[in-house]
Write a protein that binds this ligand. Structure first.
Ligand code: SAH
Length: 216
């Protein structure tokens, strides 16, 4: 890691997120605490604090900081909550959530990405994160219910097991839509009347894929 990248860049990033409308101070603080240059691919480290998505291994991406902040805000997390994340990827979103929630359970389909993310959580001593290789379509039955569920890959529908694993009063945030770019961040609240949905921001995410042989 070069000395040229670090805390000053994080402060500038946080200021730009505020300008773009992220108002929650807890989220801004969490974004300031996480060194994004740890999670980017070494070849893109000099762009770690640009507010853009960047390629990581296995043909996947590290999400744009604004989207990470936006989804974290939409999730309305507090430090008493148990959170499920589908799509660990680089681990950047997970690291932000680790400063907001009580415990984060995160699932990744690619073994290689899972191992790299786990190593980063160890190095940064983020010890409230539990990782697993698995198929996010199925959720994490043994640990359910979850107060919050965040999915960082898109699908045309919300996988039914995830809705089942959401606690009463819980909230799920996920990009829902097709792969031609018609996706919207969707917020679901589970109330005693059922599931209430709201579509908010148009986005473009990589697809949630069915777990295949060579990823496990
Ligand atoms: N939040 C991540 C975004 C990663 S991109 C970050 O900021 O880095 C989405 C991730 O979802 C990819 O790593 C992809 O491999 C993973 N993924 C796709 N389908 C999945 C599935 N069925 N189960 C678990 N993870 C999946």
């Amino acid at each position: 890691m070069t000395n040229a990248i670090g805390v000053n860049d994080r402060v500038s990033l946080v200021m730009s997120l505020r300008k773009k409308g992220i108002g929650n101070v807890e989220i801004l603080r969490a974004m300031e605490l996480v060194p994004r240059e740890y999670f980017t691919h070494p070849a893109f480290r000099d762009q770690a604090y640009y507010d853009i998505a960047l390629p990581i291994d296995c043909g996947q991406t590290i999400s744009q900081p604004y989207i990470v902040a936006y989804m974290s805000e939409a999730l309305a997390v507090d430090n008493a909550q148990k959170i499920l994340e589908i799509g660990t990827g680089s681990g950047y979103q997970t690291a932000v959530l680790s400063h907001l929630g009580r415990r984060i359970f995160t699932i990744e389909t690619y073994r290689e990405l899972h191992a790299a993310a786990q190593q980063k959580f160890d190095e940064l001593e983020l010890d409230n994160i539990v990782t697993r290789v698995g198929d996010g379509f199925e959720g994490w039955r043994e640990q359910a219910p979850f107060d919050r569920i965040i999915v960082t890959a898109a699908a045309p529908e919300i996988p039914p097991p995830l809705l089942e694993q959401l606690a009463l009063g819980g909230r799920l945030v996920m990009p829902v839509g097709d792969m031609r770019g018609n996706q919207k961040i969707t917020i679901v609240e589970r109330t005693n009347k059922g599931f209430e949905r709201e579509q908010v921001l148009p986005v473009r995410f990589v697809p949630l894929v069915r777990t295949h042989e060579d990823s496990a």
